[in-house]
Design a protein around this ligand. Structure first.
Ligand SMILES: NC(=O)c1ccc[n+]([C@@H]2O[C@H](COP(=O)([O-])OP(=O)(O)OC[C@H]3O[C@@H](n4cnc5c(N)ncnc54)[C@H](OP(=O)(O)O)[C@@H]3O)[C@@H](O)[C@H]2O)c1
Length: 267
């Protein structure tokens, strides 16, 4: 089995790479920076010198470069059986103060970067009438969060993309999954937390972040079982299953939280 992971050099994607190489899969990882790619490769081979790991540097926002990288991966390890589209970025900021470049780059990476990765493997999967695609959204793809307009837009868009693609893909023997992780202990979260507004912190709460390998295990299990929605934890499961139903109550609750943060700031 050949698994290609975009954003596989760090965090959740790297944890999936660890699990899949341990299970004997051929794993290709794609990310922009060479050094973390090399580091992960060395780490995995130190644990198991027979692990089958291929790395390739590419930016998911560059469709042509990504298609080339994925072609290289497929030359090394054969056709892609499972794509994990994990490459993503977040730059919290309220719309009023966030520059358009930051807004655009989150949508370019999270939405178009995922679409580029899917398109690079999809026609081959259709020809073979088999394949699996796992898309990384976020809890921010299930609700709105103050100070995350760009990120929420990109992650909600992925939910719509996955819903529609599932219908197109299923008759072609291709399974689509989408995962909505809560806060997870990764480099992304470490960089994001200092920029999180007090209002966002009040909405999200202070639950301990999930370890990346725990989220990764659920992704692998969900993909193995061909599940569409993968929701780590009770909170994400309830939001995924009943989010639309309870949205008016959530909006009321979030507004109260935001008002309370503003009051204590003004005191
Ligand atoms: N951590 C959380 O709390 C959390 C919660 C919900 C959802 N998520 C989502 O889960 C996914 C993985 O996040 P993570 O927390 O594991 O992040 P991470 O540790 O920062 O890893 C992100 C990975 O994506 C790569 N990447 C970023 N931009 C890229 C680009 N333009 N082209 C190619 N690769 C790119 C990074 O490598 P390079 O920088 O070298 O390219 C790295 O390998 C993301 O989609 C994220 O939005 C994370």
């Amino acid at each position: 089995m050949h698994i290609i992971i975009t954003g596989g050099s760090s965090g959740i994607g790297a944890a999936v790479a660890e699990i899949e190489t341990q299970r004997g899969a051929k794993v290709s990882i794609v990310a922009r920076r060479e050094e973390p790619l090399r580091g992960l490769r060395v780490q995995i081979l130190a644990r198991d010198p027979s692990a089958q790991i291929h790395t390739c540097a590419a930016d998911v926002t560059d469709a042509a470069a990504l298609a080339n990288a994925i072609e290289t991966c497929e030359k090394a390890f054969g056709p892609c059986d499972r794509l994990i589209a994990a490459a993503g970025i977040v730059e919290p900021g309220e719309l009023i103060s966030q520059d358009m470049e930051s807004f655009r780059s989150q949508v370019e990476t999270n939405l178009f970067g995922t679409v580029n990765a899917v398109r690079a493997v999809y026609s081959g999967m259709v020809q073979r009438q088999s394949g699996q695609i796992v898309i990384l959204s976020s809890g921010s793809g299930l609700i709105g969060i103050h100070g995350y307009t760009a990120y929420c837009a990109s992650k909600h868009a992925l939910a719509g993309f996955a819903e529609a693609l599932r219908q197109e893909a299923k008759p072609n023997g291709i399974a689509i999954s989408i995962c909505f992780p809560p806060d997870t202990d990764t480099q992304q979260l470490a960089a994001e937390l200092p920029l999180r507004s007090p209002a966002a912190a009040a909405i999200i709460g202070n639950a301990r972040p999930w370890p990346a390998d725990r989220v990764a295990r659920l992704i692998v299990k969900g993909a193995d079982r061909g599940r569409f929605g993968i929701y780590p934890g009770l909170r994400m499961t309830l939001l995924g299953r009943f989010g639309a139903l309870v949205a008016p109550v959530l909006r009321w609750y979030f507004d109260r939280k935001i008002a309370s943060v503003r009051r204590s700031r003004d005191d």
